[in-house]
Design a protein around this ligand. Structure first.
Ligand code: PFF
Length: 450
């Protein structure tokens, strides 16, 4: 590598880009729909367990690998465990990142359609039934969703080809704070809805009789997906961190803000679901049917709606650029490709697969593998299988194989207090025992292997 490797410019930039990767459709679109399908409260509890008890330590593990090596996923494992099979996790991660980018871009494309629809005031349609029909007609039409997917991926190209600092960091710094403000405003609005109490109790009251194997797998998958964890995204991003960046703190801030956004999304969606007499288990279309109904009942709804979908689009963009960065850094550093070429390759593959995913709501809706459409298959396979497997391997690697002095040096700041030392011990304990056991247990029980 002749070029000096890029780094994030400021501390705010580190937080904003890492949170920007974590916060996206996973929180605002996927969390409410998965929670809706899996019965609400119990799902939330499993998700929270996997985010804070398992997720945060594995985030730290990815940060340790990334910053210590300063390399892409493949390069990192080549450096740390040359000739050993641990590097397989990098290939799984690259595969997962491309699968996720493909189906994610379809939903991000929907946000573009909805920016247009908001600007036209949903063609004057304001009833929930009319808005549902509108979504179905759109999603089942063949060319529009595919076209938006392609346009969304081209937006990615524009940002990614400009490099790390200029593109990614600048955008995250502006849009993340705006997104928080608007989410808080909408949740206050939802709390005043007639069925707010019912919605909140669905979301927050765990009903343990609903904990089935699929809820366990789904909750674990959601936590990994939402934290952008298990596929090397955080290894790649932290390879751009400076020495002074405190890893544990960054991991906690990321998990905290990420959870906050998902909870806000739930607080916005579920009171509305019950107020409008909708079905919480509507699946991927839930948010796109409920949100327009909320907006059309607000004064100035058109402006709110446009603003919301613009921010959702931008939040998706900060996530997709982070997942693309995994394979782009890999192509650049391992094959000596130019940034432009590497970006084209990544975006090109995602375009082909993304169009197939987009069509799986239309002309390919009957084409299923193991009972899942291509869209659902990519989502299930990446979130529920590949990411947790990646997390399992990474936690075992950092907990048992990586030199303990490296772990200490990366995690412990200068002059650590007692609290930091205890925290680091707990993280190492979790990486060695708790994370591998919990992930393996969910696989064994959840997939019915036992
Ligand atoms: N965490 C992102 C979200 O919640 O929308 C999705 C994601 C981003 C997954 C980056 C994986 C990744 F590498």
């Amino acid at each position: 590598m002749t070029e000096k490797r890029a780094q994030f410019a400021t501390r705010l930039g580190v937080i904003a880009t890492t949170v920007g990767s974590a916060v996206g459709l996973g929180n605002i679109w996927r969390f409410p729909y998965e929670a809706g399908v899996h019965g609400g409260g119990a799902f939330l509890l499993i998700d929270l367990f996997f985010i804070f008890i398992i997720g945060v330590p594995v985030v730290c593990a990815e940060f340790i690998i990334g910053r210590h090596t300063g390399a892409n996923v493949r390069g990192a494992f080549k450096m740390l465990a040359p000739g050993k099979p641990w590097g397989i996790v990098s290939y799984l991660g690259i595969l997962a990142s491309i699968l996720i980018l493909s189906f994610y871009s379809v939903v991000a494309g929907w946000t573009l359609e909805y920016i247009g629809q908001s600007l036209s005031d949903f063609s004057g349609i304001h009833s929930p039934e009319g808005l549902h029909r509108q979504f179905d007609i759109f999603a089942q039409s063949n060319w529009r969703p595919a076209m938006w997917t392609v346009i969304f991926l081209l937006c990615n190209y524009l940002i990614l080809s400009r490099g790390v600092q200029k593109g990614i960091e600048k955008m995250s710094n502006i849009m993340m704070p705006m997104l928080f403000v608007i989410l808080i405003a909408f949740s206050i609005n939802s709390l005043t809805m007639p069925s707010a109490a019912e919605g909140l109790s669905f979301l927050f009251k765990p009903d343990f009789s609903k904990v089935t194997p699929s809820v366990l797998i789904g909750g674990m998958g959601q936590a990994f997906f939402s934290l952008s964890l298990g596929l090397g995204c955080l290894i790649t991003y932290s390879s751009y961190f400076k020495r002074e960046t405190p890893l544990v703190k960054t991991a906690f801030i990321t998990a905290g803000l990420d959870t906050l956004v998902a909870l806000l999304a739930g607080i916005i969606i579920f009171p509305a679901v019950f107020t409008f007499g909708e079905e919480p288990a509507a699946g991927p279309k839930l948010v796109f049917e409920i949100l327009p109904s909320i907006f059309s009942n607000l004064p100035g709804g058109m402006i709110w709606s446009t603003l919301f979908f613009v921010l959702l689009f931008l939040a998706s963009l900060t996530s997709t650029i982070s997942m693309s960065e995994i394979s782009i850094a890999y192509f650049q550093e391992e094959f000596g490709m130019s940034r432009r070429k590497a970006t084209w390759l990544n975006i090109g593959i995602a375009m082909v697969l993304g169009i197939i995913c987009a069509l799986s709501f239309g002309m390919l809706s009957d084409f299923t593998i193991c009972g899942l459409t291509v869209f659902n298959l990519f989502d299930y396979l990446s979130s529920n299988i590949l990411l947790p497997v990646g997390g399992l391997i990474i936690s075992i690697f950092v907990g048992w194989v990586l030199d303990r002095a490296v772990v200490q040096r990366e995690l412990v700041t200068v002059n650590p207090g007692r609290a930091t030392i205890i925290c680091v011990r707990l993280i190492v304990f979790c990486l060695r025992y708790l994370a591998p056991l919990c992930i393996a247990a969910v696989f064994i029980f959840g997939l019915g292997l036992f």
